[in-house]
Ligand binder design. Structure first.
Ligand code: HEM
Length: 447
């Protein structure tokens, strides 16, 4: 019998192998096969030294139990990113591409203790008021609209034409955005994630959200923005803007990737084709094995400490690999044996995702409606030619080219409770087609 290999297998082309350097979670090698990196990182033990971008060092927790221990110990591990020593002591430039994701803002993601509790309660209570029937209806409405834009062509990029746009439109509806504000929210978020003129995009987004807050103070409606400002936490205008911007940013990218990664799974695994509850099962398998947020939960030790056999210094950056924790050998075996241990795709502890029910509901409706409208949809390119976007945090495809029998133009259905009546975009604020996406949707709804 052949001897079993005992040495860890380095991911192909990993520059850290044998060099003593940190393992880079950026670049095409990691994007192409992150699981090979996680398998390699496990040989360090429950935590491993990684690099998030050139010059940005962190400790990554890859073991499930160790991850839970960290996420549930808010006394030892803090979220306030002003504690991040490498940034505050100037070892990392504020221009570094990972800084916008990690640096402090006054929202529930970056706060601890009583302040976190107050902001988070406002967010969770307001999201809990979302009516699930109305959410399904508006998601279906948006889905129908997006399919009407490409369905007759017989081919589409299910990422760019569908998964990327759908959450943005649904959020505009949830937050009660009128036409002009909604156009600028879409422009701002798309620009931020595309990295095209990102500074301008952020400025446009915050300007639009600020106007939305002013509008809802004057004329509240049945929407998350109004519920958030009516909450007993009595958020100031500045707090409102920051919580809304967080919801938009924290919600859109992972939701796009949950829809995209689930569609990818359905189009590449024949196993789902003959099963009744295929969409739910495909979403669960995606959350376990290909979670939209693969590494995040940045934390900072409150003091120098020993953790999982490793010395950590106060203020150093420690992250959790949800993807590695979910797919570790012990957990995979327990899952196969029918254990009811939960995956970590939504994180855990006091900062776990507060929106998993609405996020899942939007995903189910988005995927179900697409499969109903385009029943023979299939991948239009070989699976191994698909490209995953680089970066240490999110896991999502760049494109998902698909083909299908051209669908008849989708008939719109009148929503029960829709967003405010469309107003003409103000001159100079929204010009091209891409700048008027929300107005065009509202026009489609009402004509
Ligand atoms: C309706 C869509 C969503 C909204 C509005 C939303 C909102 C949020 C917010 C506000 C937080 C910060 C909570 C806190 O720090 O107390 C958060 C955290 C988180 N969300 Fe979501 N989310 C959405 C969808 C998703 C999806 C689809 C996933 C992936 C499966 C996801 C995974 C996470 C994770 C892993 C965290 C913890 C991040 C960390 O600690 O750094 N979320 N989400």
């Amino acid at each position: 019998m052949d001897a079993q290999p005992t040495a860890p297998v380095p991911p192909p082309g990993c520059p850290a192998h044998h060099s003593g350097a940190r393992v880079p979670l950026h670049g095409p090698g990691f994007a192409a096969d992150p699981q090979a990196y996680y398998a390699y990182l496990r040989h360090y033990g429950p935590t491993a030294p990684v690099e998030l971008a050139p010059g940005v060092e962190a400790t990554l927790v890859t073991d499930y139990s160790t991850a839970l221990q960290l996420l549930q110990d808010s006394g030892s591990f803090r979220k306030d990113a002003r504690r991040w020593r490498d940034l505050s002591e100037g070892r990392i430039s504020p221009d570094n591409p990972v800084v916008p994701v990690l640096s402090y803002r006054p929202n529930c993601m970056f706060t601890d203790g009583a302040e976190h509790l107050r902001l988070r309660q406002a967010v969770t209570d307001s999201m809990a008021r979302v009516d699930s029937r109305r959410l399904s209806q508006s998601t279906e409405q948006v889905s129908n609209y997006l399919i009407s834009q490409f369905g007759t062509r017989g081919s589409a990029d299910l990422l760019g034409d569908y998964a990327k746009q759908l959450p943005l439109f649904v959020f505009n509806e949830l937050f009660g955005c009128p036409a002009d504000i909604g156009d600028r929210v879409l422009f701002g978020i798309n620009g931020m994630f595309d990295g095209i003129n990102a500074d301008r995009a952020i400025e446009v987004l915050f300007g639009a959200v600020g106007e939305l807050v002013a509008l809802k103070r004057a004329r509240p409606g049945e929407d998350v923005t109004s519920w958030l400002m009516q909450h007993v936490a009595k958020l100031s205008d500045e707090e409102m803007v920051h919580q809304l911007a967080l919801l938009l940013v924290a919600g859109n990218e992972p939701l796009r990737n949950l829809i995209g990664n689930t569609l990818h799974r359905l189009l590449t695994h024949d196993a789902y084709a003959h099963k009744g509850g295929l969409i739910d099962e495909a979403i669960d398998d995606t959350l376990w094995e290909n979670p939209p947020m693969q590494n995040l939960a940045p934390h900072y030790p409150a003091s120098d400490m020993e953790f999982a056999g490793q010395k950590l210094q106060a203020g150093e950056l420690v992250l959790v690999s949800f993807a590695a924790a979910n797919t570790g050998p012990a957990l995979t075996a327990a899952r196969q044996a029918g254990s009811n241990r939960a995956h970590l795709a939504w994180s855990a502890g006091p900062h776990a995702c507060p929106s998993k029910e609405p996020a899942r509901q939007i995903t189910v409706t988005a995927v179900e409606n697409l499969l109903n409208r385009l029943p023979d949809v299939e991948l239009a390119v070989p699976e191994d030619s698909l490209v995953w976007r680089p970066g240490p945090f999110n896991r999502g495809l760049a494109t998902l080219p698909a083909r299908f029998t051209p669908a008849e133009a989708v008939r719109r259905t009148v929503p029960q409770a829709g967003p405010e009546a469309p107003a003409r975009p103000e001159a100079g604020k929204a010009n091209g087609k891409r700048d008027r996406m929300w107005s065009q949707f509202l026009n489609w709804l009402t004509t």
